[in-house]
Design a protein around this ligand. Structure first.
Ligand code: ATP
Ligand code: MG
Length: 398
C-alpha cells in the first residue's frame, strides 16, 4: 500500500447532543441536505448517515470537499479517512502509511514528535480490545519512527482508528467545523443589513443558530449610490457561502426619510428612520415567510442603541427581533468579522442611509408615545408601501 493513496471518504461529525423533542431528526435531515448543496459540484456524491456521523464519498479528490464540509453549520469536525478491511494486518499497514506520510508532510526533520494512537471499536467481533490494538499499533510505529514518543493528552500526531463491522476507518486529522445548527432548522429570518461591520456578523451568528437568513438593505438614493449597492451585494455574496440559497432585498427609503425630516423634530430622526425600517422589514419578512428580524444592534454602542431607543424601535416591529451582538464589545465583533471575512468588505468606504443625515443631538431616551405622535404628521403607511413596491430583489446564486 503506498503512503500517498488518496483518502476513500470523509467522516463528518456533528454535535448538539442535547437536542430534544424531534429537533435531532430535523437537525440530521437538514445537515445532510445542506452538505449535499455545499458539495454539489462533486461527481457521484454519496452522503450516508451512520452511527451519529456522516460518511461522504465521491468520484473526485476529497481535499476540497473536506474544506467545504468544514464550513457547513452543524458540523463539528471533518476527517479524510482511509478505509481498510477490519483486520489487524490491514489496519497496521494503513496506520504505517498514514504515519509516514504525516511525518513527512508536517514534521519533517524533527528529532521528537509526540504521538498517540486512539482506537474506537464498534465491532464486537474484532478479536482485540481497543487499547490492545492501540498499543500494538503504537509500538509498531515507534519501532519504525524513533522520533515518535507517546503523549496521549495532546499529541502532535494523532493516529485514529475506528473499527466497524464491515470496515475500519483510519485518519490523522480533524478539521474543526463551525458547530451550531444546520441552516434552515429554525426556519427563516430577515436580517437588516447595512454596510457596517455589525450586521453581517449578526447574520452569520443567526445562520449558525439554524436560521436561513434573507437580507433587507435600505438605501437612500441619490445620497447612497453604486458604491453602497456594491458593498451590500458583496457582503451578501460572501455570507451566501454559508447557506444554500440567499436573497438580498434592496429598498429605497429616501421618500420616507425626506417626509420624516420635513415634519418631525430633528433629535428623533434616527429613531424614526429605524422604526420605519422595522415596519417595512416586518412586512417583507411576512411575505417571505420569515419569523424574526435580525439586527447588528449592540447595547450602548451608539446613541440609537440605548435601552430606551432599542425599546422604542422594537415597538415598531411586528415580530421578534433577534440581536445576536447585543452584549458584544466592538473589539469582539471586529475579531469575528475578521475571522469570517466580512471585515475588509465592511471597511470599504460607502455612505449608509442612516449616516447620511445624522442628527446633531440625537435623542438618547426616546419614548414610544413621542415617536408615535411625530409619525402621525407623516403619511408613512403610503410612503412605506410605495418603497416596498420599488424593492429590488436578488437571488444568490443567481
Ligand atoms: P452596523 O455596523 O451593522 O451598521 P452599527 O453599529 O453601525 O451597525 P447602526 O448603524 O445604529 O449600528 O444600525 C443598527 C442596526 O440597524 C444595524 O446593525 C442593522 O441591522 C440595521 N441598519 C442600520 N442601517 C441600515 C440600513 N441602511 N439597511 C438595513 N439595515 C440597517
Ligand atoms: Mg451602521
Amino acid at each position: 500500500m503506498s503512503s500517498d493513496r488518496a483518502p476513500d471518504a470523509l467522516v463528518v461529525r456533528y454535535g448538539e447532543i442535547a437536542l430534544k423533542g424531534g429537533m435531532r431528526a430535523e437537525f440530521e435531515r437538514r445537515l445532510c441536505a445542506n452538505l449535499r448543496v455545499a458539495l454539489q459540484p462533486l461527481p457521484r456524491l454519496e452522503i450516508q448517515r451512520t452511527r451519529g456521523r456522516i460518511l461522504v464519498r465521491a468520484g473526485a479528490p476529497l481535499g476540497p470537499a473536506a474544506v467545504a464540509a468544514a464550513r457547513v453549520f452543524g458540523v463539528t469536525s471533518v476527517s479524510e479517512v482511509h478505509e481498510v478491511a477490519p483486520e489487524e494486518d490491514a489496519i497496521r499497514e494503513q496506520a504505517r502509511a498514514l504515519t509516514a506520510a504525516a511525518l513527512e508532510r508536517s514534521h519533517a526533520g524533527r528529532a521528537r514528535v509526540s504521538f498517540g494512537v486512539r482506537v474506537n471499536r464498534a465491532n464486537p467481533l474484532f478479536p482485540l480490545r481497543s487499547n490492545e490494538l492501540a498499543s500494538l499499533l503504537g509500538a509498531d510505529l515507534q519501532q519504525r519512527h524513533p522520533q515518535l514518543h507517546v503523549n496521549l493528552d495532546a499529541p502532535e500526531l494523532n493516529v485514529e482508528v475506528d473499527v466497524r463491522d464491515e470496515r475500519a476507518l483510519l485518519f490523522v486529522e480533524r478539521q474543526p467545523g463551525p458547530g451550531g445548527l444546520p441552516v434552515g432548522t429554525l426556519g427563516r429570518g430577515m436580517c437588516l443589513l447595512s454596510g457596517g461591520i455589525d450586521s453581517p456578523v449578526a447574520a452569520w451568528l443567526a445562520m449558525r443558530r439554524g436560521l436561513r437568513v434573507e437580507f433587507i438593505s435600505f438605501l437612500s438614493p441619490p445620497h447612497t449610490g453604486a458604491q453602497t449597492v456594491a458593498k451590500v451585494r458583496r457582503l451578501t455574496e460572501h455570507l451566501a457561502t454559508w447557506q444554500p440559497v440567499t436573497w438580498l432585498h434592496m429598498v429605497p427609503m429616501t421618500a420616507v426619510q425626506d417626509a420624516l425630516r420635513a415634519a418631525t423634530p430633528e433629535p428623533l430622526h434616527t429613531v424614526l428612520d429605524r422604526r420605519a425600517m422595522f415596519r417595512m422589514a416586518s412586512r417583507l419578512a411576512r411575505r417571505r415567510h420569515a419569523r424574526a428580524l435580525v439586527t447588528g444592534e449592540s447595547l450602548g454602542q451608539v446613541a440609537s442603541q440605548t435601552l430606551e431607543n432599542i425599546g422604542c424601535t422594537e415597538q415598531a416591529a411586528r415580530m421578534p427581533v433577534l440581536r445576536p451582538l447585543i452584549t458584544y464589545d466592538k473589539v469582539d465583533t471586529m475579531a469575528l468579522a475578521r475571522r469570517i471575512g466580512t471585515l475588509p468588505i465592511s471597511e470599504l468606504p460607502a455612505p449608509d442611509s442612516c449616516t447620511v443625515w445624522l442628527p446633531r443631538s440625537p435623542v438618547l431616551r426616546s419614548r414610544i408615545g413621542e415617536a408615535q405622535a411625530a409619525e402621525e404628521k407623516v403619511p408613512l403607511e403610503d410612503l412605506e408601501r410605495q418603497a416596498l413596491l420599488e424593492i429590488e430583489s436578488l437571488r444568490i446564486p443567481t
